[in-house]
Write a protein that binds this ligand. Structure first.
Ligand SMILES: *[C@@H]1O[C@H](CO)[C@@H](O)[C@H](O)[C@H]1NC(C)=O
Ligand SMILES: *[C@@H]1O[C@H](CO)[C@@H](O)[C@H](O)[C@H]1NC(C)=O
Ligand SMILES: CC(=O)N[C@H]1CO[C@H](CO)[C@@H](O)[C@@H]1O
Length: 477
Protein backbone atom coordinates (compact mmCIF):
# COMPACT_ATOMS: atom_id res chain seq x y z
CA UNK A 1 0.00 0.00 0.00
CA UNK A 2 1.11 3.54 -0.74
CA UNK A 3 2.00 5.14 2.57
CA UNK A 4 1.46 8.60 1.24
CA UNK A 5 -2.26 7.74 0.99
CA UNK A 6 -2.32 6.66 4.60
CA UNK A 7 -0.84 9.94 5.56
CA UNK A 8 -3.14 11.80 3.25
CA UNK A 9 -6.44 10.54 4.62
CA UNK A 10 -6.19 11.93 8.12
CA UNK A 11 -4.62 15.05 6.76
CA UNK A 12 -7.56 15.52 4.39
CA UNK A 13 -10.11 15.06 7.12
CA UNK A 14 -8.26 17.49 9.33
CA UNK A 15 -8.23 19.94 6.45
CA UNK A 16 -11.93 19.35 5.86
CA UNK A 17 -12.66 19.96 9.52
CA UNK A 18 -10.53 23.06 9.48
CA UNK A 19 -12.29 24.28 6.35
CA UNK A 20 -15.70 23.62 7.87
CA UNK A 21 -14.65 25.43 11.02
CA UNK A 22 -13.17 28.27 9.07
CA UNK A 23 -16.10 28.79 6.70
CA UNK A 24 -19.02 28.14 9.03
CA UNK A 25 -17.75 29.88 12.10
CA UNK A 26 -18.71 33.48 11.36
CA UNK A 27 -22.32 32.60 10.59
CA UNK A 28 -22.74 30.23 13.53
CA UNK A 29 -21.25 32.63 15.99
CA UNK A 30 -23.36 35.45 14.61
CA UNK A 31 -26.45 33.31 15.05
CA UNK A 32 -25.53 32.29 18.57
CA UNK A 33 -24.75 35.89 19.40
CA UNK A 34 -28.27 36.90 18.31
CA UNK A 35 -29.72 34.02 20.33
CA UNK A 36 -27.85 35.16 23.42
CA UNK A 37 -29.08 38.73 22.97
CA UNK A 38 -32.65 37.51 22.53
CA UNK A 39 -32.45 35.22 25.57
CA UNK A 40 -31.04 38.03 27.72
CA UNK A 41 -33.60 40.59 26.53
CA UNK A 42 -36.43 38.16 27.30
CA UNK A 43 -34.97 37.64 30.76
CA UNK A 44 -34.77 41.39 31.32
CA UNK A 45 -38.36 41.78 30.13
CA UNK A 46 -39.58 39.12 32.57
CA UNK A 47 -37.87 40.71 35.55
CA UNK A 48 -40.75 43.13 35.99
CA UNK A 49 -44.38 42.15 36.16
CA UNK A 50 -47.68 43.96 36.07
CA UNK A 51 -49.34 44.63 39.37
CA UNK A 52 -51.30 41.40 39.88
CA UNK A 53 -53.76 42.75 42.47
CA UNK A 54 -55.23 45.38 40.24
CA UNK A 55 -54.56 45.64 36.50
CA UNK A 56 -53.14 49.08 35.59
CA UNK A 57 -55.85 51.45 34.38
CA UNK A 58 -54.92 53.59 31.40
CA UNK A 59 -57.00 56.28 29.71
CA UNK A 60 -55.90 57.05 26.18
CA UNK A 61 -57.01 59.50 23.49
CA UNK A 62 -57.62 60.39 20.68
CA UNK A 63 -59.06 59.28 17.42
CA UNK A 64 -59.11 56.18 15.32
CA UNK A 65 -59.29 55.13 11.74
CA UNK A 66 -59.22 52.20 9.37
CA UNK A 67 -55.79 51.64 7.90
CA UNK A 68 -55.48 50.34 4.37
CA UNK A 69 -51.98 48.90 4.10
CA UNK A 70 -50.53 48.58 0.61
CA UNK A 71 -47.21 48.51 -1.14
CA UNK A 72 -46.56 52.21 -1.79
CA UNK A 73 -44.76 51.80 -5.10
CA UNK A 74 -47.39 49.38 -6.44
CA UNK A 75 -50.12 51.87 -5.57
CA UNK A 76 -48.40 54.81 -7.28
CA UNK A 77 -47.76 52.71 -10.39
CA UNK A 78 -51.34 51.47 -10.53
CA UNK A 79 -52.66 55.03 -10.05
CA UNK A 80 -50.45 56.20 -12.92
CA UNK A 81 -48.44 58.56 -10.72
CA UNK A 82 -44.95 58.72 -12.20
CA UNK A 83 -41.75 59.04 -10.15
CA UNK A 84 -40.75 62.64 -9.59
CA UNK A 85 -37.11 63.73 -9.65
CA UNK A 86 -37.75 67.01 -7.89
CA UNK A 87 -38.20 65.96 -4.28
CA UNK A 88 -40.15 68.68 -2.49
CA UNK A 89 -41.56 68.76 1.02
CA UNK A 90 -45.22 69.82 1.01
CA UNK A 91 -47.08 70.42 4.28
CA UNK A 92 -50.22 69.01 2.65
CA UNK A 93 -51.04 67.47 -0.71
CA UNK A 94 -53.45 68.81 -3.29
CA UNK A 95 -52.36 67.30 -6.60
CA UNK A 96 -50.84 64.12 -7.99
CA UNK A 97 -47.57 65.85 -8.83
CA UNK A 98 -47.30 67.16 -5.25
CA UNK A 99 -47.83 63.61 -4.02
CA UNK A 100 -45.05 62.39 -6.32
CA UNK A 101 -42.71 65.19 -5.18
CA UNK A 102 -43.46 64.55 -1.52
CA UNK A 103 -43.04 60.77 -1.84
CA UNK A 104 -39.74 61.38 -3.65
CA UNK A 105 -38.63 63.43 -0.63
CA UNK A 106 -39.23 60.78 2.06
CA UNK A 107 -38.84 57.49 0.16
CA UNK A 108 -35.09 57.55 -0.65
CA UNK A 109 -33.95 58.15 2.98
CA UNK A 110 -36.75 55.91 4.26
CA UNK A 111 -38.22 58.43 6.71
CA UNK A 112 -41.69 57.90 8.14
CA UNK A 113 -44.13 60.55 7.09
CA UNK A 114 -47.82 61.40 7.34
CA UNK A 115 -49.57 63.95 5.10
CA UNK A 116 -53.07 65.41 4.81
CA UNK A 117 -54.64 65.34 1.33
CA UNK A 118 -56.89 68.35 0.89
CA UNK A 119 -58.21 67.15 -2.47
CA UNK A 120 -61.02 64.68 -1.83
CA UNK A 121 -61.13 63.49 -5.46
CA UNK A 122 -57.47 62.56 -5.31
CA UNK A 123 -57.83 60.80 -1.97
CA UNK A 124 -60.83 58.82 -3.18
CA UNK A 125 -58.95 57.84 -6.34
CA UNK A 126 -56.07 56.50 -4.23
CA UNK A 127 -58.40 54.51 -1.98
CA UNK A 128 -60.26 53.04 -4.96
CA UNK A 129 -56.98 52.15 -6.70
CA UNK A 130 -55.76 50.45 -3.49
CA UNK A 131 -58.83 48.26 -3.42
CA UNK A 132 -57.85 46.95 -6.86
CA UNK A 133 -54.36 45.87 -5.73
CA UNK A 134 -53.77 42.18 -5.17
CA UNK A 135 -52.05 42.69 -1.84
CA UNK A 136 -54.01 44.84 0.53
CA UNK A 137 -54.66 44.56 4.26
CA UNK A 138 -57.15 46.38 6.45
CA UNK A 139 -56.28 47.10 10.05
CA UNK A 140 -57.50 49.13 12.95
CA UNK A 141 -55.44 52.31 12.90
CA UNK A 142 -54.81 55.56 14.72
CA UNK A 143 -52.31 55.97 17.55
CA UNK A 144 -54.85 55.75 20.35
CA UNK A 145 -56.65 52.51 19.34
CA UNK A 146 -53.36 50.79 18.45
CA UNK A 147 -51.85 51.74 21.80
CA UNK A 148 -55.12 50.80 23.53
CA UNK A 149 -55.10 47.31 22.01
CA UNK A 150 -51.47 46.79 22.92
CA UNK A 151 -52.06 47.94 26.52
CA UNK A 152 -55.10 45.66 26.78
CA UNK A 153 -53.07 42.75 25.38
CA UNK A 154 -50.51 43.44 28.11
CA UNK A 155 -53.25 43.13 30.74
CA UNK A 156 -54.37 46.73 31.36
CA UNK A 157 -57.91 48.09 31.63
CA UNK A 158 -58.27 50.84 29.06
CA UNK A 159 -60.54 53.83 28.44
CA UNK A 160 -60.25 54.93 24.79
CA UNK A 161 -61.29 58.38 23.56
CA UNK A 162 -62.29 58.14 19.93
CA UNK A 163 -65.29 58.03 17.64
CA UNK A 164 -65.17 54.64 15.96
CA UNK A 165 -67.32 52.69 13.54
CA UNK A 166 -68.93 49.38 14.58
CA UNK A 167 -66.30 47.51 12.51
CA UNK A 168 -63.49 49.19 14.42
CA UNK A 169 -65.14 48.60 17.80
CA UNK A 170 -65.48 44.95 16.77
CA UNK A 171 -61.72 44.46 16.65
CA UNK A 172 -61.05 46.15 19.99
CA UNK A 173 -60.12 44.03 22.97
CA UNK A 174 -62.88 43.48 25.56
CA UNK A 175 -60.84 45.29 28.19
CA UNK A 176 -61.34 48.56 26.31
CA UNK A 177 -64.20 50.96 27.05
CA UNK A 178 -64.83 53.46 24.27
CA UNK A 179 -65.72 57.06 25.16
CA UNK A 180 -67.14 58.79 22.08
CA UNK A 181 -70.28 58.37 19.97
CA UNK A 182 -70.02 55.68 17.28
CA UNK A 183 -69.86 56.82 13.65
CA UNK A 184 -70.96 55.14 10.39
CA UNK A 185 -67.99 55.98 8.20
CA UNK A 186 -64.50 55.65 9.59
CA UNK A 187 -61.76 57.99 8.56
CA UNK A 188 -59.42 56.03 6.28
CA UNK A 189 -55.63 56.17 6.39
CA UNK A 190 -53.76 54.88 3.40
CA UNK A 191 -50.48 53.33 4.54
CA UNK A 192 -47.97 53.14 1.71
CA UNK A 193 -45.32 50.72 2.98
CA UNK A 194 -42.00 49.99 1.29
CA UNK A 195 -39.15 47.59 2.11
CA UNK A 196 -35.43 48.43 2.28
CA UNK A 197 -34.06 48.66 -1.24
CA UNK A 198 -37.45 49.21 -2.89
CA UNK A 199 -37.20 50.91 -6.28
CA UNK A 200 -39.41 53.71 -7.56
CA UNK A 201 -38.06 54.83 -10.90
CA UNK A 202 -34.43 55.63 -10.11
CA UNK A 203 -35.13 56.13 -6.42
CA UNK A 204 -34.01 53.40 -3.98
CA UNK A 205 -35.20 53.38 -0.36
CA UNK A 206 -32.44 53.22 2.25
CA UNK A 207 -34.65 51.56 4.85
CA UNK A 208 -38.13 50.08 5.19
CA UNK A 209 -40.75 52.59 6.24
CA UNK A 210 -44.10 54.06 5.22
CA UNK A 211 -45.67 57.16 3.80
CA UNK A 212 -49.18 57.78 5.11
CA UNK A 213 -51.91 59.89 3.52
CA UNK A 214 -55.32 60.71 4.93
CA UNK A 215 -58.21 63.08 4.40
CA UNK A 216 -59.81 62.86 7.87
CA UNK A 217 -62.87 64.75 8.91
CA UNK A 218 -63.46 63.45 12.49
CA UNK A 219 -59.97 63.11 13.92
CA UNK A 220 -58.67 66.68 13.43
CA UNK A 221 -61.52 68.01 15.60
CA UNK A 222 -60.71 65.57 18.46
CA UNK A 223 -64.46 65.23 18.66
CA UNK A 224 -64.43 62.55 21.37
CA UNK A 225 -62.75 64.97 23.79
CA UNK A 226 -65.91 65.93 25.72
CA UNK A 227 -67.08 62.32 26.12
CA UNK A 228 -63.61 61.26 27.19
CA UNK A 229 -63.52 63.99 29.83
CA UNK A 230 -66.93 62.90 31.10
CA UNK A 231 -65.80 59.28 31.63
CA UNK A 232 -62.36 60.07 32.96
CA UNK A 233 -63.12 60.73 36.62
CA UNK A 234 -65.17 57.58 37.22
CA UNK A 235 -62.63 55.49 35.27
CA UNK A 236 -59.97 56.60 37.76
CA UNK A 237 -56.85 55.94 35.65
CA UNK A 238 -53.26 55.42 36.82
CA UNK A 239 -52.00 56.93 33.60
CA UNK A 240 -53.34 59.27 30.93
CA UNK A 241 -51.92 58.94 27.41
CA UNK A 242 -52.43 61.58 24.71
CA UNK A 243 -51.67 60.82 21.08
CA UNK A 244 -53.11 61.24 17.60
CA UNK A 245 -52.85 65.04 17.58
CA UNK A 246 -50.88 64.96 14.30
CA UNK A 247 -54.27 64.58 12.62
CA UNK A 248 -54.61 68.32 13.26
CA UNK A 249 -51.45 68.97 11.24
CA UNK A 250 -51.99 71.10 8.13
CA UNK A 251 -55.76 70.63 8.38
CA UNK A 252 -57.77 73.58 6.97
CA UNK A 253 -59.24 74.80 10.28
CA UNK A 254 -61.28 77.99 10.54
CA UNK A 255 -59.36 80.77 12.32
CA UNK A 256 -59.08 80.03 16.04
CA UNK A 257 -60.74 76.61 15.73
CA UNK A 258 -57.65 74.55 16.45
CA UNK A 259 -56.59 76.63 19.46
CA UNK A 260 -60.12 76.34 20.84
CA UNK A 261 -59.95 72.54 20.70
CA UNK A 262 -56.48 72.45 22.21
CA UNK A 263 -57.63 74.72 25.04
CA UNK A 264 -60.34 72.21 25.91
CA UNK A 265 -57.63 69.55 26.00
CA UNK A 266 -55.46 71.78 28.18
CA UNK A 267 -58.34 72.17 30.66
CA UNK A 268 -58.69 68.41 30.80
CA UNK A 269 -54.97 68.02 31.48
CA UNK A 270 -55.17 70.71 34.16
CA UNK A 271 -58.03 68.95 35.91
CA UNK A 272 -56.16 65.65 36.30
CA UNK A 273 -54.79 64.74 39.72
CA UNK A 274 -50.99 65.14 39.86
CA UNK A 275 -50.65 61.54 41.07
CA UNK A 276 -51.91 60.32 37.70
CA UNK A 277 -49.04 60.11 35.23
CA UNK A 278 -49.48 61.80 31.87
CA UNK A 279 -47.73 60.73 28.67
CA UNK A 280 -47.73 62.49 25.31
CA UNK A 281 -46.86 60.53 22.19
CA UNK A 282 -45.24 62.73 19.55
CA UNK A 283 -45.69 62.18 15.83
CA UNK A 284 -44.61 63.53 12.50
CA UNK A 285 -45.61 67.21 12.85
CA UNK A 286 -44.69 69.69 10.13
CA UNK A 287 -46.92 72.68 10.84
CA UNK A 288 -44.94 75.23 12.81
CA UNK A 289 -47.94 76.90 14.45
CA UNK A 290 -49.39 73.55 15.58
CA UNK A 291 -46.08 72.58 17.17
CA UNK A 292 -46.05 75.95 18.96
CA UNK A 293 -49.55 75.24 20.25
CA UNK A 294 -48.45 71.83 21.52
CA UNK A 295 -45.60 73.51 23.38
CA UNK A 296 -48.15 75.74 25.06
CA UNK A 297 -51.19 73.52 25.63
CA UNK A 298 -49.95 69.94 25.89
CA UNK A 299 -46.24 69.39 26.50
CA UNK A 300 -46.01 71.40 29.79
CA UNK A 301 -48.69 69.06 31.21
CA UNK A 302 -46.82 65.86 30.35
CA UNK A 303 -44.67 63.84 32.76
CA UNK A 304 -43.52 61.65 29.91
CA UNK A 305 -42.85 61.97 26.19
CA UNK A 306 -42.44 59.28 23.52
CA UNK A 307 -40.96 59.90 20.07
CA UNK A 308 -38.74 58.58 17.28
CA UNK A 309 -35.40 59.72 15.83
CA UNK A 310 -37.11 62.20 13.47
CA UNK A 311 -39.45 63.71 16.06
CA UNK A 312 -36.73 64.32 18.66
CA UNK A 313 -34.60 66.76 16.61
CA UNK A 314 -37.78 68.40 15.33
CA UNK A 315 -39.09 69.16 18.84
CA UNK A 316 -35.66 70.19 20.05
CA UNK A 317 -35.12 72.59 17.16
CA UNK A 318 -38.48 74.21 17.78
CA UNK A 319 -37.89 74.69 21.51
CA UNK A 320 -34.54 76.29 20.72
CA UNK A 321 -36.37 78.80 18.57
CA UNK A 322 -35.46 77.22 15.27
CA UNK A 323 -37.50 75.74 12.46
CA UNK A 324 -39.27 72.49 11.87
CA UNK A 325 -36.74 69.85 10.77
CA UNK A 326 -38.70 67.62 8.46
CA UNK A 327 -35.96 65.13 7.73
CA UNK A 328 -33.16 63.84 10.00
CA UNK A 329 -30.65 61.00 9.89
CA UNK A 330 -32.71 57.76 9.84
CA UNK A 331 -29.69 55.87 11.30
CA UNK A 332 -28.56 58.19 14.14
CA UNK A 333 -25.72 57.20 16.47
CA UNK A 334 -26.41 56.50 20.13
CA UNK A 335 -24.24 59.43 21.27
CA UNK A 336 -26.12 62.01 19.24
CA UNK A 337 -29.55 60.75 20.33
CA UNK A 338 -28.45 60.78 24.00
CA UNK A 339 -27.09 64.33 23.65
CA UNK A 340 -30.36 65.48 22.13
CA UNK A 341 -32.34 63.74 24.89
CA UNK A 342 -30.28 65.44 27.60
CA UNK A 343 -30.75 68.81 25.97
CA UNK A 344 -34.51 68.33 25.57
CA UNK A 345 -34.81 67.09 29.16
CA UNK A 346 -32.98 70.11 30.57
CA UNK A 347 -34.80 72.63 28.37
CA UNK A 348 -38.21 71.27 29.31
CA UNK A 349 -37.32 71.31 33.01
CA UNK A 350 -35.92 74.85 32.99
CA UNK A 351 -39.11 76.53 34.13
CA UNK A 352 -40.75 75.68 37.44
CA UNK A 353 -44.14 74.12 36.70
CA UNK A 354 -47.08 76.39 37.48
CA UNK A 355 -50.81 75.70 37.87
CA UNK A 356 -51.12 72.01 37.12
CA UNK A 357 -48.07 71.86 34.86
CA UNK A 358 -45.61 69.01 35.34
CA UNK A 359 -41.86 68.56 35.21
CA UNK A 360 -40.81 66.10 32.53
CA UNK A 361 -39.60 62.93 34.27
CA UNK A 362 -39.53 60.38 31.45
CA UNK A 363 -38.33 60.44 27.87
CA UNK A 364 -38.49 57.41 25.56
CA UNK A 365 -36.86 57.61 22.14
CA UNK A 366 -37.25 54.70 19.72
CA UNK A 367 -34.98 54.27 16.75
CA UNK A 368 -34.52 51.41 14.33
CA UNK A 369 -31.28 50.25 15.98
CA UNK A 370 -31.94 50.90 19.69
CA UNK A 371 -34.36 52.03 22.40
CA UNK A 372 -33.34 54.76 24.83
CA UNK A 373 -35.12 55.75 28.04
CA UNK A 374 -34.33 58.56 30.42
CA UNK A 375 -36.13 58.60 33.77
CA UNK A 376 -35.80 61.03 36.68
CA UNK A 377 -34.50 59.37 39.84
CA UNK A 378 -37.18 58.98 42.49
CA UNK A 379 -40.00 59.73 40.03
CA UNK A 380 -43.19 57.68 39.59
CA UNK A 381 -41.73 55.49 36.81
CA UNK A 382 -40.66 51.96 37.79
CA UNK A 383 -38.64 49.15 36.15
CA UNK A 384 -36.84 51.23 33.53
CA UNK A 385 -34.45 48.41 32.58
CA UNK A 386 -37.24 45.89 31.92
CA UNK A 387 -39.33 48.50 30.13
CA UNK A 388 -36.45 49.27 27.76
CA UNK A 389 -36.00 45.55 27.04
CA UNK A 390 -39.72 45.17 26.41
CA UNK A 391 -39.77 48.15 24.03
CA UNK A 392 -36.87 46.64 22.13
CA UNK A 393 -38.51 43.21 21.85
CA UNK A 394 -41.80 44.78 20.81
CA UNK A 395 -40.04 46.56 17.94
CA UNK A 396 -39.08 43.20 16.43
CA UNK A 397 -42.41 41.51 17.27
CA UNK A 398 -44.35 44.29 15.59
CA UNK A 399 -42.31 44.74 12.44
CA UNK A 400 -41.96 40.98 11.85
CA UNK A 401 -45.64 40.48 12.73
CA UNK A 402 -45.08 37.68 15.25
CA UNK A 403 -45.02 37.49 19.05
CA UNK A 404 -42.36 34.76 18.80
CA UNK A 405 -39.02 36.23 17.80
CA UNK A 406 -37.03 34.30 15.21
CA UNK A 407 -33.36 35.35 15.31
CA UNK A 408 -32.89 34.07 11.75
CA UNK A 409 -35.07 37.03 10.72
CA UNK A 410 -33.14 39.53 12.84
CA UNK A 411 -29.92 41.45 12.84
CA UNK A 412 -28.15 43.87 15.15
CA UNK A 413 -27.14 47.16 13.60
CA UNK A 414 -25.77 48.77 16.74
CA UNK A 415 -21.98 48.91 17.03
CA UNK A 416 -19.95 46.78 19.47
CA UNK A 417 -19.70 49.71 21.82
CA UNK A 418 -21.18 53.16 22.03
CA UNK A 419 -20.12 56.49 23.38
CA UNK A 420 -22.53 58.10 25.86
CA UNK A 421 -22.00 61.54 24.33
CA UNK A 422 -20.33 63.24 21.38
CA UNK A 423 -18.31 65.30 23.83
CA UNK A 424 -14.59 64.54 23.65
CA UNK A 425 -13.38 61.97 26.18
CA UNK A 426 -16.88 60.60 26.89
CA UNK A 427 -17.24 57.17 28.40
CA UNK A 428 -17.62 54.23 25.98
CA UNK A 429 -19.92 51.41 26.97
CA UNK A 430 -19.22 48.00 25.43
CA UNK A 431 -22.20 46.08 24.17
CA UNK A 432 -22.48 42.74 26.03
CA UNK A 433 -24.58 39.97 24.49
CA UNK A 434 -25.52 38.50 27.86
CA UNK A 435 -26.24 41.94 29.30
CA UNK A 436 -27.72 43.82 26.36
CA UNK A 437 -29.55 46.53 28.34
CA UNK A 438 -27.11 49.12 29.66
CA UNK A 439 -28.33 51.38 32.46
CA UNK A 440 -26.40 54.12 34.20
CA UNK A 441 -27.02 57.23 36.25
CA UNK A 442 -26.16 60.82 35.42
CA UNK A 443 -27.19 64.04 37.12
CA UNK A 444 -30.72 63.44 38.53
CA UNK A 445 -31.77 60.78 36.05
CA UNK A 446 -31.12 57.21 34.90
CA UNK A 447 -30.57 56.24 31.27
CA UNK A 448 -31.27 52.75 29.91
CA UNK A 449 -30.39 51.68 26.41
CA UNK A 450 -31.22 48.45 24.60
CA UNK A 451 -30.31 47.29 21.10
CA UNK A 452 -33.13 46.24 18.79
CA UNK A 453 -33.07 42.88 17.05
CA UNK A 454 -33.97 44.57 13.79
CA UNK A 455 -36.49 42.55 11.82
CA UNK A 456 -35.21 41.62 8.35
CA UNK A 457 -38.49 40.28 6.95
CA UNK A 458 -40.75 43.28 7.33
CA UNK A 459 -44.45 42.59 7.75
CA UNK A 460 -45.48 46.11 8.79
CA UNK A 461 -43.78 49.28 10.02
CA UNK A 462 -46.90 51.44 10.55
CA UNK A 463 -48.09 51.41 14.15
CA UNK A 464 -44.62 50.39 15.28
CA UNK A 465 -44.03 53.47 17.40
CA UNK A 466 -47.40 53.07 19.09
CA UNK A 467 -46.86 49.44 20.00
CA UNK A 468 -43.31 50.16 21.16
CA UNK A 469 -44.25 53.18 23.27
CA UNK A 470 -47.22 51.40 24.81
CA UNK A 471 -45.10 48.35 25.62
CA UNK A 472 -42.49 50.61 27.21
CA UNK A 473 -45.07 52.34 29.39
CA UNK A 474 -46.88 49.32 30.69
CA UNK A 475 -44.07 48.07 32.95
CA UNK A 476 -43.36 51.55 34.28
CA UNK A 477 -46.64 52.22 36.10
C1 LIG B 1 -57.73 66.94 -7.38
O1 LIG B 1 -57.31 65.68 -7.82
C2 LIG B 1 -57.83 65.27 -9.08
C3 LIG B 1 -57.36 63.83 -9.30
O2 LIG B 1 -55.98 63.75 -9.29
C4 LIG B 1 -57.34 66.23 -10.14
O3 LIG B 1 -57.88 65.85 -11.38
C5 LIG B 1 -57.75 67.67 -9.78
O4 LIG B 1 -57.18 68.56 -10.70
C6 LIG B 1 -57.28 68.01 -8.38
N1 LIG B 1 -57.83 69.30 -7.97
C7 LIG B 1 -57.06 70.34 -7.63
C8 LIG B 1 -57.78 71.58 -7.20
O5 LIG B 1 -55.84 70.30 -7.67
C1 LIG C 1 -36.74 78.99 8.96
O1 LIG C 1 -37.50 78.83 7.77
C2 LIG C 1 -37.75 80.03 7.07
C3 LIG C 1 -38.64 79.74 5.88
O2 LIG C 1 -39.31 78.55 6.00
C4 LIG C 1 -36.41 80.63 6.63
O3 LIG C 1 -36.62 81.85 5.97
C5 LIG C 1 -35.52 80.83 7.85
O4 LIG C 1 -34.24 81.28 7.43
C6 LIG C 1 -35.37 79.56 8.65
N1 LIG C 1 -34.64 79.83 9.88
C7 LIG C 1 -33.71 79.04 10.34
C8 LIG C 1 -33.12 79.45 11.66
O5 LIG C 1 -33.33 78.03 9.79
C1 LIG D 1 -46.36 43.09 17.77
C2 LIG D 1 -47.70 43.62 18.04
O1 LIG D 1 -48.27 43.36 19.07
N1 LIG D 1 -48.22 44.41 17.12
C3 LIG D 1 -49.54 44.94 17.30
C4 LIG D 1 -49.52 46.43 17.23
O2 LIG D 1 -50.81 46.92 17.44
C5 LIG D 1 -51.77 46.45 16.51
C6 LIG D 1 -53.09 47.07 16.88
O3 LIG D 1 -53.41 46.86 18.20
C7 LIG D 1 -51.86 44.95 16.54
O4 LIG D 1 -52.76 44.50 15.53
C8 LIG D 1 -50.50 44.37 16.30
O5 LIG D 1 -50.56 42.97 16.42
Amino acid sequence: MDTSKLLCLPLLSVLALLAAYWFRRPEDSLQSRLDTVLFSLLQAERKAELNSHRPPRIAIGFGGCLDIIVDGVALLNEAGIEPSYSPIHHNFIETESQLAESFAYFFPPGAASERYISNETLFRKLVETSKGLSELRWALGGNAPVMANRLATEGCDVLLGGRLSPEEIGVLSEQITVAGDPIDDSDIHLIMEYPTGAKWGNHISQRANRYIVHSDSHNPMIDSLEDFKLHLESFNPDLLVIGGLQMMDSFPFKPGQREARLKVLQELLLSIDQNIGSHFEMASFVEHSLMKDLLQYVIPYSDSLGMNEQELPNLLSLIKGGNITVLSDPYPRVASILDQMRELYHLLRLKEPIEGQRHLSRLHVHTLAFQAMMVTKGSMWKNTMSATAKASLTANRHVCGSAQIDTRKAKLIMDDSFSVSRELGSQRIPFKENHPVSCWEEDNYEICLAPVLVCTEVFQTAGGGDNISAAGLVLQI
